[in-house]
Design a protein around this ligand. Structure first.
Ligand SMILES: CC(C)(COP(=O)(O)OP(=O)(O)OC[C@H]1O[C@@H](n2cnc3c(N)ncnc32)[C@H](O)[C@@H]1OP(=O)(O)O)[C@@H](O)C(=O)NCCC(=O)NCCS
Length: 189
């Protein structure tokens, strides 16, 4: 998958993680309102050193199948993060790759409500579908905000699914054969 190192949208820049993003990463992932819907066992970060380790891990993991980007405003303020990665199939542990790629987004609560998540996700999804036939997203059933991001960027809701992570999630998909929904101007910005 060939994703440009930097993607730009009308209001946002999607760029790789830097070591000096650790303060931002800790501020983001130490908040329960962000962490509560992430991963199979949601947990907040409790120490700044965890943020440094996470950034180092993401940078090392980045390859043809995995993309991790910080989303920042034009003035350089980081507001969130978006990613593409192989999604594991449900089954016996350790989970095996399903062959599908998932897209995800985590934004700082100070910057929710500006449609930044949808704008960044649309740019990454569009770039991914230039190379991949299908991209999926999974959300916890109660994560209405993330489901709205999926719908806003034109992903199709397939309903509850046990296909991935051994967890029942709400499943969305986007197919390369279909057109990504064009941007609509956010209200009040
Ligand atoms: C998911 C997340 C990125 C959305 O951020 P956001 O700033 O609200 O996103 P956007 O502004 O792009 O818009 C999201 C849409 O969700 C809606 N929304 C926001 N919060 C909502 C809520 N609590 N309930 C229902 N809808 C909500 C917005 O109105 C908007 O809908 P619209 O397209 O009809 O206008 C943010 O809530 C977040 O980072 N959550 C924590 C991490 C997370 O859960 N990531 C996803 C894991 S699957």
């Amino acid at each position: 998958m060939r994703i440009p190192t930097t993607l730009t949208t009308d209001r946002l820049v999607l760029r790789p993680w830097h070591d000096d993003d650790a303060d931002f990463a800790f501020d983001l992932y130490s908040r329960w309102e962000v962490a509560r819907y992430l991963g199979r066992t949601p947990a907040v970060m409790t120490e700044p050193a965890e943020a440094e380790r996470r950034i180092a891990r993401l940078r090392a993991l980045e390859d043809d199948l995995r993309v991790f980007r910080v989303v920042e405003l034009a003035d350089g303020t980081p507001v969130g993060t978006v990613m593409l990665q192989p999604i594991p199939a449900s089954g016996p542990e350790p989970l095996r790759p399903s062959g599908d790629t998932e897209i995800g987004w985590h934004f700082h609560p100070d910057h929710w409500g500006h449609v930044y998540a949808a704008e960044a996700a649309r740019a990454l999804l569009t770039a991914a579908l230039a190379d991949l036939p299908r991209v999926v997203a999974v959300t916890y059933p109660e994560n209405a905000a993330s489901q709205r991001v999926c719908e806003r960027i034109g992903m199709r809701r397939l309903g509850p699914s046990d296909a991935y992570y051994n967890v029942r999630m709400e499943l969305f998909e986007a197919l390369a054969a279909e057109e990504i929904r064009p941007d609509t101007p956010p209200e009040g910005s």
